[in-house]
Write a protein that binds this ligand. Structure first.
Ligand SMILES: Cc1cc2nc3c(=O)[nH]c(=O)nc-3n(C[C@H](O)[C@H](O)[C@H](O)COP(=O)(O)O)c2cc1C
Length: 167
Protein backbone atom coordinates (compact mmCIF):
# COMPACT_ATOMS: atom_id res chain seq x y z
CA UNK A 1 0.00 0.00 0.00
CA UNK A 2 1.34 3.48 -0.83
CA UNK A 3 1.87 6.11 1.88
CA UNK A 4 -0.16 9.32 1.69
CA UNK A 5 1.74 12.42 0.62
CA UNK A 6 1.90 15.91 2.16
CA UNK A 7 1.52 19.05 0.03
CA UNK A 8 3.93 21.98 0.26
CA UNK A 9 4.04 25.42 -1.34
CA UNK A 10 7.06 27.29 -2.64
CA UNK A 11 7.10 29.22 0.66
CA UNK A 12 7.90 26.02 2.59
CA UNK A 13 11.45 25.16 3.51
CA UNK A 14 14.03 24.39 0.83
CA UNK A 15 14.66 21.15 2.69
CA UNK A 16 11.26 19.79 1.69
CA UNK A 17 11.89 20.86 -1.92
CA UNK A 18 15.23 19.01 -1.88
CA UNK A 19 13.54 15.95 -0.37
CA UNK A 20 10.90 15.97 -3.11
CA UNK A 21 13.56 16.31 -5.83
CA UNK A 22 15.44 13.45 -4.19
CA UNK A 23 12.61 11.07 -5.09
CA UNK A 24 13.89 11.24 -8.67
CA UNK A 25 16.66 8.63 -8.98
CA UNK A 26 19.70 9.65 -11.01
CA UNK A 27 23.15 8.43 -11.86
CA UNK A 28 26.29 10.28 -10.84
CA UNK A 29 28.79 11.92 -13.19
CA UNK A 30 32.05 13.83 -12.85
CA UNK A 31 32.36 16.75 -15.27
CA UNK A 32 35.98 17.64 -16.11
CA UNK A 33 38.02 20.10 -18.12
CA UNK A 34 41.56 21.27 -18.67
CA UNK A 35 42.17 25.02 -18.45
CA UNK A 36 44.39 26.79 -21.03
CA UNK A 37 47.05 26.96 -18.28
CA UNK A 38 46.92 23.15 -17.99
CA UNK A 39 45.07 22.88 -14.67
CA UNK A 40 42.63 19.95 -14.39
CA UNK A 41 39.23 20.75 -12.85
CA UNK A 42 36.26 18.49 -12.14
CA UNK A 43 33.24 18.11 -9.91
CA UNK A 44 30.55 15.58 -9.07
CA UNK A 45 27.06 16.22 -10.50
CA UNK A 46 23.75 14.40 -10.57
CA UNK A 47 22.10 17.02 -12.81
CA UNK A 48 23.29 15.30 -16.00
CA UNK A 49 20.66 14.18 -18.52
CA UNK A 50 20.07 13.70 -22.23
CA UNK A 51 18.47 16.44 -24.36
CA UNK A 52 18.58 15.61 -28.08
CA UNK A 53 19.64 12.76 -30.35
CA UNK A 54 20.14 14.80 -33.55
CA UNK A 55 22.13 16.87 -32.86
CA UNK A 56 23.48 14.87 -29.89
CA UNK A 57 22.99 17.18 -26.90
CA UNK A 58 23.25 16.63 -23.16
CA UNK A 59 22.58 18.89 -20.16
CA UNK A 60 23.94 19.44 -16.67
CA UNK A 61 23.87 22.37 -14.25
CA UNK A 62 26.55 24.09 -12.22
CA UNK A 63 26.02 26.03 -8.98
CA UNK A 64 26.84 29.74 -9.20
CA UNK A 65 28.88 29.14 -6.03
CA UNK A 66 31.22 26.72 -7.82
CA UNK A 67 34.89 27.70 -7.78
CA UNK A 68 35.05 26.30 -11.32
CA UNK A 69 32.31 28.49 -12.84
CA UNK A 70 34.60 30.87 -14.75
CA UNK A 71 36.61 27.94 -16.17
CA UNK A 72 33.48 26.06 -17.30
CA UNK A 73 31.98 29.16 -18.90
CA UNK A 74 35.21 29.82 -20.83
CA UNK A 75 36.17 26.28 -21.84
CA UNK A 76 35.59 25.10 -25.41
CA UNK A 77 35.32 21.46 -24.29
CA UNK A 78 34.51 19.43 -21.19
CA UNK A 79 34.00 15.73 -20.51
CA UNK A 80 31.16 14.02 -18.63
CA UNK A 81 32.28 10.81 -16.88
CA UNK A 82 29.36 8.59 -15.78
CA UNK A 83 30.41 6.68 -12.66
CA UNK A 84 30.10 2.91 -12.31
CA UNK A 85 28.63 1.11 -9.28
CA UNK A 86 31.98 0.76 -7.50
CA UNK A 87 33.03 4.39 -7.87
CA UNK A 88 31.35 6.01 -4.86
CA UNK A 89 34.78 7.09 -3.56
CA UNK A 90 35.34 9.10 -6.76
CA UNK A 91 31.95 10.76 -6.33
CA UNK A 92 32.91 11.83 -2.80
CA UNK A 93 36.38 12.91 -3.85
CA UNK A 94 35.08 15.20 -6.64
CA UNK A 95 32.48 16.72 -4.31
CA UNK A 96 34.92 17.53 -1.47
CA UNK A 97 36.93 20.69 -1.00
CA UNK A 98 40.69 20.49 -0.52
CA UNK A 99 41.03 17.05 -2.12
CA UNK A 100 43.66 16.26 -4.74
CA UNK A 101 40.81 15.37 -7.06
CA UNK A 102 42.85 13.84 -9.90
CA UNK A 103 45.67 12.38 -7.76
CA UNK A 104 46.63 8.78 -8.59
CA UNK A 105 44.11 8.35 -11.42
CA UNK A 106 45.16 6.85 -14.78
CA UNK A 107 43.60 9.51 -16.99
CA UNK A 108 42.94 9.47 -20.70
CA UNK A 109 43.00 12.74 -22.60
CA UNK A 110 39.77 13.87 -24.24
CA UNK A 111 38.96 16.66 -26.67
CA UNK A 112 40.38 19.98 -25.51
CA UNK A 113 42.58 18.05 -23.06
CA UNK A 114 39.61 17.28 -20.80
CA UNK A 115 40.58 14.40 -18.47
CA UNK A 116 38.68 11.13 -18.96
CA UNK A 117 38.42 9.06 -15.76
CA UNK A 118 39.14 5.31 -15.73
CA UNK A 119 36.52 2.65 -14.92
CA UNK A 120 33.46 4.69 -15.93
CA UNK A 121 30.23 3.33 -17.48
CA UNK A 122 30.22 6.00 -20.16
CA UNK A 123 32.24 9.09 -21.09
CA UNK A 124 30.95 11.94 -23.23
CA UNK A 125 33.33 14.47 -24.77
CA UNK A 126 31.36 17.65 -25.28
CA UNK A 127 31.75 20.96 -27.02
CA UNK A 128 30.52 23.69 -24.67
CA UNK A 129 27.58 24.64 -26.92
CA UNK A 130 25.24 26.89 -24.88
CA UNK A 131 24.62 28.12 -21.35
CA UNK A 132 21.51 29.51 -19.66
CA UNK A 133 21.22 31.07 -16.22
CA UNK A 134 18.57 29.31 -14.11
CA UNK A 135 18.24 30.83 -10.65
CA UNK A 136 21.31 29.94 -8.58
CA UNK A 137 22.69 27.56 -11.25
CA UNK A 138 23.90 27.83 -14.83
CA UNK A 139 22.51 25.19 -17.18
CA UNK A 140 25.14 23.87 -19.60
CA UNK A 141 24.13 22.21 -22.86
CA UNK A 142 26.95 20.23 -24.44
CA UNK A 143 27.19 18.86 -27.96
CA UNK A 144 28.67 15.37 -27.80
CA UNK A 145 31.49 14.96 -30.34
CA UNK A 146 32.87 11.64 -29.07
CA UNK A 147 31.84 9.07 -26.46
CA UNK A 148 32.54 5.57 -25.19
CA UNK A 149 30.69 3.21 -22.85
CA UNK A 150 30.68 -0.29 -21.43
CA UNK A 151 27.98 -2.54 -20.03
CA UNK A 152 28.97 -1.97 -16.37
CA UNK A 153 26.34 -1.22 -13.74
CA UNK A 154 26.00 2.46 -12.81
CA UNK A 155 26.28 4.21 -9.46
CA UNK A 156 22.78 5.37 -8.45
CA UNK A 157 21.82 8.38 -6.32
CA UNK A 158 18.39 8.42 -4.64
CA UNK A 159 16.98 10.14 -1.55
CA UNK A 160 20.36 11.68 -0.75
CA UNK A 161 22.13 8.30 -0.67
CA UNK A 162 24.17 6.11 -3.01
CA UNK A 163 22.40 2.99 -4.24
CA UNK A 164 22.97 0.08 -6.60
CA UNK A 165 20.65 -1.56 -9.10
CA UNK A 166 18.70 -4.44 -7.61
CA UNK A 167 19.56 -7.93 -8.84
C1 LIG B 1 25.62 13.36 -5.35
C2 LIG B 1 26.07 14.78 -5.63
C3 LIG B 1 25.51 15.48 -6.70
C4 LIG B 1 25.90 16.79 -6.98
N1 LIG B 1 25.37 17.45 -8.05
C5 LIG B 1 25.78 18.71 -8.35
C6 LIG B 1 25.31 19.38 -9.52
O1 LIG B 1 24.52 18.83 -10.30
N2 LIG B 1 25.76 20.65 -9.76
C7 LIG B 1 26.64 21.29 -8.92
O2 LIG B 1 27.01 22.45 -9.18
N3 LIG B 1 27.12 20.66 -7.80
C8 LIG B 1 26.73 19.41 -7.52
N4 LIG B 1 27.22 18.75 -6.42
C9 LIG B 1 28.14 19.48 -5.50
C10 LIG B 1 29.56 19.59 -6.04
O3 LIG B 1 30.08 18.34 -6.43
C11 LIG B 1 30.47 20.17 -4.91
O4 LIG B 1 29.89 21.36 -4.42
C12 LIG B 1 31.88 20.43 -5.37
O5 LIG B 1 32.69 20.64 -4.23
C13 LIG B 1 31.97 21.66 -6.26
O6 LIG B 1 33.34 21.87 -6.53
P1 LIG B 1 33.89 23.24 -7.10
O7 LIG B 1 33.40 24.37 -6.22
O8 LIG B 1 35.37 23.05 -7.05
O9 LIG B 1 33.36 23.36 -8.48
C14 LIG B 1 26.86 17.44 -6.14
C15 LIG B 1 27.43 16.71 -5.06
C16 LIG B 1 27.04 15.40 -4.82
C17 LIG B 1 27.68 14.64 -3.68
Amino acid sequence: MSQSSISFTAADSGREFRSALGRYATGIAVVTLRTPAGELLGLTVNSFNSVSLAPPLVVWSLSSASSSMAAFEASEYYAINVLAAGQQDLSQRFASRGEERFGGLALDEGLGGAPLLPGCCARFECRNATRHTGGDHVVFIGEVERFDYREDEPLIYFGGAYRRLAA
